[in-house]
Design a protein. Structure first.
Length: 201
C-alpha cells in the first residue's frame, strides 16, 4: 500500500470502508471528480473544525469559518489547491495526498510539500498528515472503497498539542470521511446504472 511508503509510523490513525455496487474502475473515476460535499456536511464540519482556535484568534477563526461555509464544492482537486499535495498514485487502485503543518492553529499553517520532501523528517513543531483512498474488488462483488488518514508529529511537544486537538476534532473528521465515501458511492452507483441503461438501448 502506498500509504505505508509515505507514512509507515503514526501518532494518530483513522480508517473507513464502504462497499459500492459498481466496477472498481468506474468508482475510481468518480473518486477523482465527485463533490464530496454532496449533502453539505463536509463543508459545515470543515467550518466547525476551525472553532477550537476561536479564543486565541477570534478574527482569523471567524474568517476561516465563513470561507469554509461558503465553499461551493469540495472535490479532490480542491484538496490539492488548499494545502495538500498528491504524494503518489497507482491509477485505479490507490492515491495518497499529504501535507505538513500545525493543524491545531487558526491557519492550520499547511506547508507546500512533495513526495520527496514528505518522506524526510518534518520540521520541529509540525506534524505530517497522509490520507489515502483505496479501490479494490469486494469478495462478494462490486467494489470496496476505503480511506485512511495517518498523522505523525515531529516531536513530543507537538504530540501533546496534536492529541488535545485530535480528541476534539476526531468525531467530526470521521463524519467528513464517511460522507466522502457515501458521495462516491452515490455517484458511482447512479452513473453506473445510467451507463448500463444506455448500453441496453
Amino acid at each position: 500500500m502506498l500509504l505505508d511508503v509515505f507514512l509507515p509510523e503514526f501518532d494518530g490513525r483513522m480508517r473507513h470502508v464502504i462497499t459500492i455496487s459498481a466496477p472498481p474502475e468506474h468508482v475510481y473515476t468518480c473518486l477523482r471528480s465527485v463533490n464530496f460535499d454532496h449533502w453539505g456536511f463536509t463543508r459545515a464540519l470543515y467550518a466547525l473544525r476551525t472553532l477550537p482556535t476561536l479564543l486565541g484568534s477570534p478574527k482569523e477563526t471567524w474568517r476561516r469559518f465563513l470561507k469554509e461555509r461558503r465553499r461551493p464544492h469540495f472535490t479532490l482537486e480542491d484538496l490539492l489547491t488548499n494545502g495538500f499535495a498528491l504524494l503518489g498514485e497507482e491509477s485505479g487502485r490507490e492515491l495518497v495526498v499529504g501535507t505538513v503543518g500545525r493543524f491545531w492553529r487558526a491557519h492550520g499553517e499547511l506547508s507546500a510539500t512533495s513526495s520527496e520532501r514528505f518522506i524526510t523528517p518534518a520540521p520541529p513543531g509540525t506534524a505530517k498528515a497522509a490520507w489515502n483512498f483505496t479501490v479494490g474488488r469486494h469478495r462478494n462483488g462490486g467494489t470496496e472503497l476505503g480511506t485512511e488518514t495517518r498523522v505523525l508529529c515531529a516531536d513530543s511537544g507537538t504530540r501533546w498539542r496534536f492529541r488535545a486537538y485530535w480528541m476534539l476534532i476526531r468525531p467530526f473528521s470521521s463524519l467528513i470521511r464517511r460522507e466522502m465515501l457515501a458521495a462516491v458511492r452515490l455517484q458511482a452507483e447512479t452513473t453506473c446504472g445510467q451507463i448500463s441503461a444506455l448500453a441496453t438501448r
